[in-house]
Design a protein around this ligand. Structure first.
Ligand SMILES: [Zn+2]
Ligand SMILES: [Zn+2]
Length: 434
């Protein structure tokens, strides 16, 4: 009997930290196909190398390498190949049977016509958006090649007047030259020559470029929004911002310039330092110690530290090897997901609360926001604000193992909190009363 639970998640169980021991082998794939490790992990919704390893184990036990781009894109696509109706993986199919793609979205697969017909009432609700998801999935490769993100303009409006994407876009002038440049780049041609689907219309591609750009900018604009909402003043002193629970999503392929939009936002600021901290931080150019003293004015200084935040606090902040943060931001900390994660996050959450640190976390959807709020309230956090993030990523993200679920958006919602809930004042009980 076909189970309602997708077959894939079992092999996608997140691994422990130990899986990182042979990650160097994983990243060496990049020597064959530049940017591949980033594509595989970051672009296929995989949390970490452990998930990736589980997915490929048994298929290619050793020395993963791809002979060309065609194979790389094919392998990427392969991780999405299972019957959306009955969850059959290719190896479950009978002799002569093969998975066929939905011709509308070119994203989900079916083992038989029956499976597809039966699944259509559910799939038709997401088929349209999944078509875009499948395009973005391929187009994201361009970010690993440096063709994206495109350059942005200095802000000509005060930060307080830029409240949503439309406000931001209105400061960018005509985007078409920048989009034309990307449309004409050699990697765009390589991509569609080798992808396992025909090149979509130019309008589709241009919209996809924007969605991917928005995902990149979403993080930095969310940080900027938090600076503003907490009334932090980057003109009166240098600011230190910690990105807590940073994972491969933020750090793989991260460049020293990734938060430079803050320079456009707060021109001539006194110096902004961004420190990524998390056990899944990936090595790269930003891997360097935080600033001991104030950094250069009008510049963003990025660094990263691999480890748990409360440990970082003890080792670096307490010893004054790094500054105490003016703001802490977490992108999808995900502590609501299970008991283990809550326990892992607890020391950090208590530390943030007890040191009264202005904090903003983002989540993928409204449900996650609800569960996160519950946990924060149980910890007696002083919640200041929560809701939809005006700078949510515009790129839909497929729940890989369950394609018919409504796609999610990175940082779509946020919660902002600081310190302990104020206690209600009660009148002192009269002395001697009993
Ligand atoms: Zn099936
Ligand atoms: Zn479809």
């Amino acid at each position: 009997m076909a189970s309602q639970t997708p077959a894939l998640p079992e092999s996608f169980t997140p691994g422990t930290d130990s899986v990182f021991s042979d990650r160097s082998g994983f990243f060496s794939m990049d020597t064959n196909i530049p940017g591949l490790s980033k594509v595989i992990l970051n672009k296929l919704n995989m949390k970490d190398y452990g998930e990736y390893r589980a997915a490929v184990e048994g298929k290619r036990p050793k020395g993963i390498s791809f002979k060309d781009y065609k194979e790389m894109f094919q392998r990427m696509e392969d991780t999405f190949k299972f019957c959306t109706g009955c969850n059959s993986l290719p190896e479950h199919l009978r002799e002569g049977q093969s998975l066929k793609r939905c011709v509308k979205c070119l994203n989900v697969y079916y083992c038989t016509k029956e499976c597809q017909t039966k699944n259509w009432p559910v799939h038709k609700k997401v088929c349209k958006i999944l078509r875009l998801v499948a395009i973005d999935r391929l187009m994201e490769w361009l970010t690993s090649r440096g063709d994206l993100p495109f350059t942005t303009n200095v802000w000509n409006k005060p930060v307080s007047e830029v409240k949503c994407w439309d406000d931001w876009l209105s400061m960018q002038g005509d985007l078409s030259t920048r989009l034309d440049g990307i449309m004409a780049c050699p990697n765009m041609e390589t991509l569609w020559k080798n992808a396992s689907r025909p090149r979509p219309e130019d309008t589709d591609l241009r919209q996809s470029i924007w969605r991917i750009q928005s995902e990149f900018l979403s993080r930095v604009l969310t940080v900027g929004m938090a600076i503003q909402q907490f009334h932090l003043d980057p003109y009166s002193k240098p600011l230190t911002i910690h990105i807590v629970g940073a994972s491969h999503n933020e750090t793989m392929g991260a460049r020293l310039t990734d938060f430079d939009e803050l320079n456009h936002m707060f021109q001539k600021h006194d110096g902004i330092e961004v420190v990524m901290v998390g056990p899944e931080v990936v090595d790269g150019p930003i891997m360097r110690p935080p600033l001991r003293a104030f950094g250069p004015r009008q510049r963003v200084f990025m660094s990263a530290h691999k480890g748990l935040y409360h440990q970082f606090w003890e080792d670096i902040v307490e010893t004054q090897e790094g500054a105490r943060p003016d703001l802490v931001v977490g992108f999808h900390p995900g502590f609501h997901a299970n008991q283990g994660l809550i326990e892992g996050w607890l020391p950090t959450l208590l530390l943030l609360r007890d040191y009264n640190i202005p904090t903003l976390f983002t989540v993928f959807n409204e449900d996650e926001l609800k569960y996160s709020l519950q946990i924060l309230l149980e910890l007696e956090m002083n919640i200041l604000d929560s809701g939809a993030n005006p700078f949510s990523s515009q790129k839909a993200e497929q729940v890989q193992s369950s394609p018919n679920t409504l796609p999610v958006y990175c940082s779509s919602h946020f919660v902002r909190f600081q310190g302990l809930q104020p206690r209600e004042e009660f009148a002192e009980p009269p002395t001697g009363a009993s």
